[in-house]
Ligand binder design. Structure first.
Ligand SMILES: *Cc1c(COP(=O)(O)O)cnc(C)c1O
Length: 257
């Protein structure tokens, strides 16, 4: 009879899907706690799982664990995994958002799979998405990505131009402006990071209050990642995008954004 001492970490079987389920549940609990801590209802905050560099089996595991929204940031990866996820998308089990920089010549590939695009940062890109959607008689959910930190490595329209661009995007047939996305400042200074999230919230409030055509549903604030989701939720995030905290550190360096 083996002793009843607690299992050592080495006794834990290597079951990736189990680990993903446990981590997903832990992240969801962290999001819920962050919402409650600032007097918000947990169900106001959706958890988008950022699946870059993860294979389709891992994506399926996280959907089985309860994820209903995933994000890919590279068109190539989105397209590569699409066939293995098609059934989940078709039956509505999961929605797929494009969260990375998107070139105009790739919009057809993205539209074949994604149910939404969070990374609209120019009128030219919005126009390309809109004309294709209008031609197909469909409506695509889009968000305007804003570079609140001003860091050069980050995509997104500048905060001063965000309100204007958003109103232009909102007016396009074929698109439904659902909100705004940003990647927080890469800084240990939480006050600075939080100020960026506050900036996005103010932009959202301004656009919503404008009454401009098509802006009435632009409520979402997609902001906060593994390292800064509490600050984002405190500033009103309605979607947090989490990768590392669910899957562990990425083996291969992948660009954010
Ligand atoms: C990878 C990625 C995330 C998630 O980042 P983690 O730090 O792994 O949680 C969020 N947003 C975008 C745009 C990303 O590319």
């Amino acid at each position: 009879m083996p002793s009843l001492s607690p299992a050592s970490p080495l006794d834990v079987p290597a079951e990736p899907s189990r680990t993903i389920a446990d981590r997903y549940a832990a992240v969801r609990a962290r999001v819920d706690a962050a919402a409650i801590a600032v007097g918000r209802a947990p169900d106001e905050v959706q958890l988008l799982v950022a699946t870059k560099t993860q294979d389709a089996a891992s994506v399926r595991a996280v959907v089985a664990a309860g994820a209903t929204l995933i994000g890919e940031n590279r068109v190539q990866e989105l397209v590569a995994k699409a066939p293995d996820l098609a059934d989940l998308v078709a039956d509505g089990a999961v929605r797929v958002h494009m969260i990375g920089h998107l070139q105009r010549n790739k919009v057809n590939q993205v539209l074949a799979t994604a149910t939404g695009v969070e990374s609209v940062d120019s009128l030219a890109l919005a126009g390309a998405l809109a004309s294709r959607c209008a031609r197909e008689g469909r409506t695509l959910d889009v968000m305007v990505q804003v570079n609140v930190s001003g860091e050069e490595s980050k995509a997104g329209v500048g905060p001063d131009d965000a309100s204007h661009l958003s109103r232009q995007v909102a007016a396009l047939e074929g698109l439904r402006l659902t909100g705004f996305m940003t990647i927080g400042a890469n800084s240990p200074d939480t006050a600075l990071v939080r100020a960026g999230f506050e900036r996005l919230r103010r932009i959202r409030d301004e656009v919503l209050a404008s009454g401009a055509p098509g802006t009435g549903e632009a409520r979402e604030l997609s902001m906060g990642m593994s390292g800064d989701l509490e600050a984002a939720i405190a500033e009103g995030a309605t979607i947090v995008r989490v990768g590392t905290a669910v899957f562990g550190a990425r083996a291969v360096a992948a660009p954010v954004g």
